[in-house]
Each structure stands twice: as structure tokens, then as C-alpha cells.
Design a protein around this ligand. Structure first.
Ligand code: PEP
Length: 252
């Protein structure tokens, strides 16, 4: 079995201004001791990529974006291309976050196109999948996650998953303070790996599957101790350096 290096990614969403972002990055960098062996990624709002890129330049912390356009360039007002993200050293990009899917109507197909745009530019996509509460209650979690995953596999090809990350984020757990139990998370993470293994065992074994949804300093260790949970995508708790650092520590 492959040893997967844990990854903890901060999704700041639409939070922070320069006056808060600068001290937040400084405190995170100061607190990241060498015994934290997780890879750490920060995904600020687009407009702060330049600033955060400069702040992270001498560090081991990677920069990520929260989304990208499926297009390369052109008349797409308000959109940001993969090439633009590369200008600021973005190594990762979140695609298909549930807020994009459900607040901004991103379809499975669009998410797959965004995934392809990232992969083609050699930016590692963090593909978010996850069911809504009514889907879980109706017993459809696996069906929903499989559909979201299969659309990307069909469009991008399984080989692109050799350089990708998946985040399982049950929508009912995001920003609600209600996290999936470690067993609930493990069950879906194992399912995701099995789904990929239908196409390629090695890729399924090597890919990092993060859990996201109300991860906090006090529940991270339990969640990250599950066999198929390789770290977390962290929203609210990534806005406080101490909380975020404690979550990074919990991957040990
Ligand atoms: C997220 O935005 O991906 C997320 C998991 O948010 P939170 O940690 O606040 O639930």
C-alpha cells in the first residue's frame, strides 16, 4: 500500500482583507514546525493570490485557488484562467466546491471541464464531491458521489487522477458545525477509492482523499486517523492561525 502524505488545505472562501490576511499568513508560517509532515495549502480569494504568493515564497506552504474557468482566454467577464493562476505560482485549485455547485449552478459537466483545464495546465485539482442532506437521508450518498466522480473520470480520463486530490465534503457538514462522524467519512472515502479502482488500482491507492465539513481542532485527529482519510479541506477553522495549526498537527 502507498504511503500517502497527508494534506491540509485552507479554503478561506470570501473572507479576509489585507489587514487580516497578512497576520494570518505570518502566524501560520511561524507556527508550522518541522514535525508537521502534512503538506499545507492556502487557497485565498483570487484578488489576494499575488499577496499571498509573495508571503509564501520562501516557505513550504503551497498556494491554491478556489476555482478557475474552463476556458483558456477570451470574453468571459469575471473569470480567471489556469494561465493566470500559474502566474502566481498556484500549485492547486479547488474545483466543484459545493458552494460553486449549489449557489452558482455549476453542473457536474462544468466541474469536469474545470478539472480538465486545471490538469492541462499542470495545476493539481482538488475535486470536491459530496451529497446534500436530503440525498443522505434518502440513502443516495454513494449514488451522488459516484455520479460526480464518474462525470470527471469520463471527461478527464483516469490517468489525470494520478495528479489530483479528492475532497469528500458532505454538504450538510459544511459551515454547519455538524461534521460527519469518522465512520461516516471513512465509509465514503473507501467508496471513492473503490470507484477509482474500477479503472486503476495504483491511482486509487495513491490518491489523497481529504475530508471537509466542520473540521475543527477538536475533531480533526479522530477524522484523520481513519484509514482512507488523508487530511482535510478546512473552511471556517482555517481563518484562525491557532485552529488551523492544530488541525495540521492532527495529521501526525
Ligand atoms: C469548505 O469550505 O470546504 C469547508 C469544509 O468549510 P467548513 O470547514 O467551514 O465546514
Amino acid at each position: 500500500m502507498t504511503q500517502r502524505r497527508p494534506l491540509v488545505a485552507a479554503n478561506w472562501k470570501m473572507n479576509g482583507v489585507l489587514a487580516t490576511i497578512r497576520p494570518l499568513v505570518r502566524d501560520v508560517l511561524q507556527g508550522l514546525t518541522e514535525d508537521i509532515h502534512a503538506e499545507v495549502v492556502i487557497c485565498p480569494p483570487y484578488i489576494y493570490l499575488s499577496e499571498v504568493s509573495a508571503l509564501l515564497a520562501e516557505s513550504s506552504v503551497q498556494l491554491g485557488a478556489q476555482n478557475l474557468s474552463q476556458h483558456g482566454a477570451g470574453a468571459y467577464t469575471g473569470e480567471i484562467s489556469a494561465a493566470m493562476l500559474l502566474d502566481y505560482n498556484c500549485r492547486y485549485v479547488i474545483v466543484g466546491h459545493s458552494e460553486r455547485r449549489y449557489l452558482y449552478g455549476e453542473s457536474d459537466e462544468l466541474v469536469a471541464e474545470n478539472f480538465v483545464a486545471a490538469s492541462n495546465a499542470d495545476i493539481i485539482p482538488i475535486l470536491c464531491v459530496g451529497e446534500q442532506l436530503q440525498e443522505r437521508e434518502a440513502g443516495n450518498t454513494e449514488e451522488v458521489v459516484a455520479r460526480q466522480l464518474d462525470t470527471v473520470i469520463d471527461k478527464a480520463g483516469i490517468d489525470t487522477f494520478a495528479k489530483a486530490v479528492i475532497a469528500y465534503e458532505p454538504v450538510w457538514a459544511i459551515g454547519t458545525g455538524r461534521n460527519a462522524t469518522p465512520d461516516q467519512a471513512q465509509e465514503v472515502h473507501a467508496f471513492i477509492r473503490l470507484r477509482l479502482a474500477r479503472h486503476d488500482d495504483t491511482i486509487a491507492d495513491g490518491i489523497r482523499v481529504l475530508y471537509g465539513g466542520s473540521v475543527k481542532a477538536d475533531n480533526a485527529k479522530e477524522l484523520f486517523s481513519m484509514a482512507d482519510v488523508d487530511g482535510g479541506l478546512i473552511g471556517g477553522a482555517s481563518l484562525q492561525a491557532d485552529d488551523f495549526l492544530a488541525i495540521c498537527q492532527a495529521t501526525r
